[in-house]
Design a protein around this ligand. Structure first.
Ligand SMILES: Nc1ncnc2c1ncn2[C@@H]1O[C@H](COP(=O)(O)OP(=O)(O)OP(=O)(O)O)[C@@H](O)[C@H]1O
Length: 248
């Protein structure tokens, strides 16, 4: 999203490579990725199985180290940081939404959502908490526990938890993978709303063309390299591109 006429990027990658050693073999999971994702944008990452999507997301989120290249998140260079610095960076600057909601069953909705603040020893901004809980439609359920919620509601808690620190980036890995299609659509609409109304930046890995079509842009990976992108995509265009990349 342009601010003061200047395009700002939440995430920038410059020539990022990742090699894994697997026995005697080297696997080139990422082969020189250069890309930039504007602040306030919603991007889906797609590609055939093994194309490097998870590696890409893990490197951007500071969960894994690139072998070479640079990643800037909110203007901060990730390389050269210690594990402790990366842990702190992730906690404060990145929100995560996974296929499995990863909620703590003994805690209420509200305590799950504020967990990242407690881990950071940061005070709870109650106004922001109420805003986030309302935004995800859980204001009425703040004292419930996860087992008293539907799958879609649990994913909403996870999204609220991802937003509570006002992160530079929300990383979503198959966020609708465990949901039926109707509930999945509601969760995607919420992610869309988070981008449009809160100005959040969302990067989402998905296998689902319908999910990807909610994004502003879909970037495709094939064999660890960028293989094009689609702006304002339709599910049909995404599915057709995936078929061409070798995945039905
Ligand atoms: N820890 C690891 N050690 C060795 N090789 C790995 C490791 N993690 C990933 N790879 C390899 O790197 C390549 C990219 O894997 P990655 O998981 O990023 O792909 P993906 O596109 O997310 O796949 P999927 O859609 O199946 O989840 C694959 O060849 C994979 O086998």
């Amino acid at each position: 999203m342009a601010k003061s006429g200047v395009l700002q990027y939440a995430v920038q990658l410059d020539s990022v490579t990742k090699k894994y050693r697997s026995g005697r073999n080297e696997v080139h999971a990422l082969r020189g990725i250069t890309a930039a994702f504007p602040t306030g944008s919603f991007t889906a990452v797609m590609g055939p199985s093994g194309s490097g999507k998870s590696t890409f997301l893990n490197c951007v989120a500071g969960l894994d180290h690139p072998t070479s290249g640079h990643i800037l998140l909110g203007g901060t260079e990730l390389s050269g940081r210690t594990e402790a610095q990366l842990t702190e960076f992730r906690r404060d600057r990145i929100g995560f939404v996974f296929q499995a909601y990863n909620l703590l069953s003994a805690l209420t909705v509200e305590d799950n959502v504020t967990m990242p603040l407690r881990l950071a020893d940061a005070p709870v901004d109650h106004q922001h908490l109420s805003f986030v809980l309302s935004a995800v439609g859980l204001a009425e359920h703040r004292t419930r526990r996860p087992n008293q919620l539907s799958g879609g509601q649990q994913q909403r808690v996870a999204i609220a938890r991802a937003l509570i620190t006002r992160p530079d980036l929300v990383c979503a890995d198959e966020p609708t993978g465990a949901l039926d299609s109707r509930t999945g659509r509601q969760v995607l609409a919420l992610l869309r709303q988070v981008v449009d109304e809160m100005g959040q930046t969302v990067l989402m890995v998905t296998h689902d063309p319908v999910a990807a079509a909610q994004a502003d842009t879909v970037v495709f990976l094939a064999d660890g390299q960028l293989a094009g992108e689609l702006r304002a995509p339709t599910p049909e265009q995404v599915a057709e591109r995936m078929t061409r990349l070798g995945e039905a």
